[in-house]
Design a binder for this molecule. Structure first.
Ligand code: AMP
Length: 580
């Protein structure tokens, strides 16, 4: 007998599952399905995305729902539109052989009238985002008086996103006799409070240990400094040529910045965040699902609705504010039987967070050195050779060209041919990494001294001085108040009578300008202005304008810099969007 039939599901559901390729139930399905089918008790389920939780709550509902009754019998709340649509589609697939079952999905940002029309036609199962569900209840288009099951999917995420009031309203609109099924990856106190206030003696099931990371996920961290954070990210991408990853950032601005940098450096990347329109988000997600994008830089919220099972990596460009969110992020990889790596880039000040996460997920992190230029080149060359070896040769398509090609290459022996071919692909890449610095040294040395050396600093003028009662500590406080970036390196400070100078990490000079501009801070009642100043070189000359011949050939220098600004990825045709 099929394992799904043994759980108490009927043949029509089993048939649909077979067609979907579900051979045996996942852990959460094994535990939750019989529990829901046989008991009216509420249920608290610890389950992350990727554990098969959607089927765990929807299959028993389909099993028990009254097909002949058009009233809404189940309401399923989910945090995002994408996730709601995904759940609605999954249920429709599961109900393929239950022809009278109707599922309607409702969410914001779409025409409400259309959704009202669909609800009027009757739907035993409604899936919705909290805001739109409450709207429809208020308009009396959605009637929950006959609801037997209320599912709160990703309850922690709904509360994180500020839907507490909406959840309360939906809960109030449902009868007391209903069965509440609460699914959450983590159980912070806000989720426990919902469970306490709205559930009666709930049974508990878990897809693994409470709050634990998936066994299929390896947790790794790299020690960086703020100025090596981005170069380290690039090295990680370069040492993993087949990377298919979400890079998590904390803010929309950070997301856009990292994506823009990666794209301009030739990587196959894009961004996903709340400043994009729904249509733009849909396009990016579809491209990512199709693997036309290798690295998706995203905020936590925007990535919620993305259903991809085969990510190779999750990269925490910056750790989330709440440790719980790390579980959500890392759970995006190692899904559906695949293995994955969750990477954290961490500076010295953030290091204690690793221990807190380890305690939470009950797994240990491995500290890995940032790959050196040599290691990256080695990996990339072997990867290219592997690709050459496994490429399908379509003889009929190239046959016509071959005689001419053989003729042209006739003077070259095997070794020479290989050398030329490797050089053609790799010259740019090798020269980029030729004198690449060891980022591990850079990260740890600047961590140790707590300072970045002067040539990596930008010097700023500030219109405040001793007369304004400015001192170094107050200046550092003022800079920190602008929240330019976490753990910004601040260098030399010179306080003069009416103005002063300070240095900050060159990588953040634009962010520093932008933050002061946006915040318009005041100090001792005065508006604060800052400007970038030229650093004085120790030429032994007196201050002032240097003679023209000393200023160097700016144009020539700029060209030189640009030539050195190499795009490693482009060398490997990453822009030619490969479909794996
Ligand atoms: P979920 O945790 O519900 O988002 O499911 C994660 C992925 O696992 C989805 O792509 C499901 O289609 C798939 N899945 C769920 N249950 C099973 C199962 N029993 N066998 C195979 N795949 C499954």
């Amino acid at each position: 007998m099929s394992a799904f039939l043994e759980l108490g599901l009927s043949e029509s559901i089993n048939r649909a599952l077979n067609e979907l390729g579900y051979e045996k139930p996942t852990v959460i399905q094994e535990k939750a399905i019989p529990q829901i089918i046989t008991s009216l008790d509420d249920l608290k389920a610890f389950a992350q995305t990727g554990t098969g939780k959607t089927a765990a709550f929807s299959l028993p509902i389909l099993e028990l729902a009254d097909e002949g009754n058009q009233n809404t019998q189940a309401i399923i709340l989910s945090p995002t539109r994408e996730l709601a649509v995904q759940i609605g589609n999954n249920i429709q697939d599961f109900a393929k052989y239950l022809p009278k079952i109707k599922v309607v999905t409702v969410y914001g940002g779409a025409n409400i009238e259309e959704q009202i029309k669909k609800l009027k036609r009757g739907a035993q199962i409604v899936v919705g985002t909290p805001g739109r569900t409450v709207d429809l209840i208020k308009r009396k288009a959605l009637k929950l008086g006959n609801v037997q099951w209320l599912v709160l999917d990703e309850a922690d995420e709904m509360l994180n996103m500020g839907f507490k009031d909406e959840l309360d309203k939906v809960l109030e609109a449902t009868p007391e006799t209903k069965q509440t099924l609460l699914f959450s990856a983590t159980f912070p106190k806000e989720v426990e409070a919902i469970a306490e206030n709205y559930m009666i003696n709930p049974a508990e099931v878990s897809s693994g240990e409470k709050n634990s990371g998936t066994d299929n996920v390896k947790h790794v961290y790299y020690q960086i400094s703020e100025r090596t954070r981005y170069p380290a990210l690039k090295r990680i991408a370069d040492i993993n040529p087949d990377i298919y990853a979400i890079i998590f950032c904390r803010t929309r601005r950070e997301t856009q910045e990292i994506a823009t940098k990666l794209i301009s450096d030739g990587y196959n990347a894009d961004s996903l965040h709340g400043d994009l329109s729904q249509a733009q988000r849909d396009t990016v997600m579809e491209k990512f699902r199709q693997k036309n994008i290798q690295m998706l830089v995203a905020t936590d919220v925007a990535a919620r609705g993305l259903d991809v099972d085969n990510l190779t990596h999750v990269i925490n460009h910056k750790l989330p504010d709440q440790i719980e969110n790390y579980t959500h992020r890392s759970g995006r990889t190692g899904r559906a039987g695949n293995t994955g790596v969750s990477i954290v880039l961490i500076n010295r000040k953030e290091k204690s967070k690793i221990a807190s996460i380890e305690r939470k997920i009950k797994q240990t992190f491995e500290l890995k050195p940032i790959p050196t230029g040599d290691e990256v080149c080695h990996k990339q060359i072997l990867h290219l050779i592997d690709r050459v070896k496994t490429t399908d040769v379509n003889k009929s398509e190239i046959e016509g060209f071959l005689p001419q090609i053989y003729e042209k290459l006739s003077g070259l022996d095997r070794e020479e041919l290989i050398q030329r071919f490797v050089s053609l692909e790799f010259n740019t890449f090798l020269s980029y990494y030729e004198n690449a610095q060891d980022l591990n040294d850079l990260s740890t040395s600047s961590e140790k001294s707590g300072k970045v050396s002067s040539e990596n600093m930008t010097r700023f003028f500030i219109n405040l001085g001793r007369k304004d009662r400015l001192n170094p500590a107050r200046l550092i406080g003022l800079i920190n108040d602008q929240q330019i970036t976490e753990a910004l390196d601040i260098g030399a400070i010179d306080i003069l009578d009416t103005f002063s100078f300070f240095e900050v990490d060159k990588n953040f000079e634009q962010e520093t300008l932008a933050a002061f501009e946006a915040n318009q801070p005041k100090f001792s009642g005065r508006s604060v202005n800052i400007e970038i100043t030229k650093k004085e070189k120790s030429t032994g000359r007196r201050k002032g304008r240097r003679p023209f011949k000393d200023r160097g050939n700016k144009k020539g220098k700029r060209y030189g810099d640009q030539r050195r600004k190499h795009n490693p990825a482009a060398g490997f045709g990453r822009k030619r969007k490969r479909k794996r």
